[in-house]
Design a protein around this ligand. Structure first.
Ligand code: 5GP
Length: 391
């Protein structure tokens, strides 16, 4: 019996779960080989809930490759992704990994799929229609979507090169639209390139399971899915039994996350900003005038209307995003908090604003801290000697 982690479907977090030695449960899947007399020619180290390996599983299922030929085995069988035994097979410590008896170890789902396509070229669909769009869509997916898709399920940034979920979502939506634009308006058949299944379908489908499930959870930063992609996803899930099977596998893991309360503490999924708007929103929109000293895409700095020192500037995030006070901050706010601090430092060394040799940089927080406006703001005070303790 194979042992699998079923408490998570976390493609990118599994490594640490393995490393942390969480409990394993047993589970079997259709393609898994019961320990039997015949030795498999190949072993695919993967979990049925993983979306990375799902494209390889789609290929195995559609080509009718049985577990006697390619056994799907949990990395736990080799001590987990970070064990010495597994790292000797794949130094990246990731799955999926295809080991070939008497041959090399092949990591990375795209490489595994291309190996399966050539090794089993005589079995089932080729996955290589006479259409360069198949390779292009797979390439766009791996270059631009794989790197940021953690924004769909990871608790904290960064998501690839993006410091906020909103920015990563914007990029994800852009890439999905680029792929959508590649789909012919008048294609016949359920697949991305028409009637023939391709590498693009196998590559994109598992990610779309996450996108479909999670876009609605992050409502405020996600819009609708592009229409052609949405239709393709629904069609292939409904009409292709192998895609439907992979959907069940991956979605099983996602449901487990929901049952475990994964979203409850995640900003924008379970946690929303429900505080009323403040006067600072009117300053940001220009409805109320203020002496602006710094205007950046994500922050604004302006002179305090009731200065407590010769130089007194407030630095605020343009989008409050839950930061009604500093005590509401989460790791998701790291980027804007860093930007506010950098801006405060720049302002404090600007002698044209009346600052001298130093400043008092303060955040009042909540009732006891004397905070009046529930929209995070950094006070930059200077132009006179400050004393300690503050009143
Ligand atoms: P808190 O007490 O919340 O830390 O600080 C709020 C600050 O916002 C106060 O120093 C107050 O003078 C300033 N403030 C409140 N309303 C306005 C306004 O309409 N314009 C400007 N420029 N500052 C304001």
């Amino acid at each position: 019996m194979r042992r699998l982690i079923v408490s998570l479907a976390v493609p990118y977090l599994q490594a640490s779960y393995f490393a942390n030695g969480l409990a394993f449960m047993t589970m079997s899947t259709g393609n898994q080989m019961k320990m039997s007399s015949s030795t498999p020619k190949h072993t695919l180290y993967d979990l049925p809930v993983s979306n990375n390996g799902a494209r390889c599983r789609i290929m195995l299922y559609k080509k009718g490759i049985k577990s006697e030929e390619v056994a799907i085995v949990s990395p736990a069988e080799r001590g987990g992704l970070k064990s010495d035994e597994y790292l000797a097979l794949n130094p990246q410590g990731k799955m999926p990994l295809l080991t070939v008896d008497g041959g090399m170890n092949i990591p990375e789902s795209d490489t595994i799929c291309r190996y399966l396509m050539s090794t089993y070229s005589d079995r089932g669909p080729s996955f290589l229609p006479d259409d360069p769009k198949s390779n292009l869509i797979a390439r766009i997916h791996d270059m631009y979507i794989t790197t940021i898709q953690g924004c769909l399920y990871k608790a904290s940034p960064p998501f690839g090169i993006y410091g906020t979920r909103q920015d990563a979502f914007k990029e994800l939506q852009k890439q999905l639209q680029i792929i959508d634009d590649l789909i012919s308006d008048d294609k016949d058949g359920n697949y991305l390139c028409g009637s023939e299944v391709s590498l693009a379908d196998a590559t994109l489908f598992p990610t779309m399971i996450f996108v479909k499930e999670m876009f609605p959870k992050f409502g405020p930063c996600a819009t609708e899915l592009p229409t052609k992609l949405s239709k393709w996803y629904d069609d292939v899930k409904a009409n292709d039994a192998d895609f439907s099977k992979v959907h069940e596998e991956v979605n099983g893991g996602i449901k487990q996350w929901t049952t475990n309360g994964r979203w409850d503490k995640i900003w924008l999924a379970g946690v929303r900003d429900e505080e009323p708007a403040t006067i600072f929103d009117k300053i940001i929109s220009g409805e109320i005038p203020a002496t602006i000293v710094k205007d950046e895409p994500k922050l604004l700095a302006f002179k305090d209307i009731n200065p407590a020192a010769p130089a007194h500037v407030l630095v605020i995030p343009k989008n409050r995003n839950g930061l009604s006070s500093l005590r509401k901050s989460t790791p998701e706010h790291s980027e804007i908090l860093g930007q506010l601090m950098v801006a405060a430092g720049e302002i404090a060394r600007d002698t044209s604003l009346g600052f001298g040799d130093g400043a008092r940089i303060v955040v009042n927080d909540g009732e006891d801290g004397g905070q009046e406006v529930p929209h995070l703001h950094v006070h930059v005070l200077g132009g006179r000697q400050m004393y300690w303790p503050p009143g």
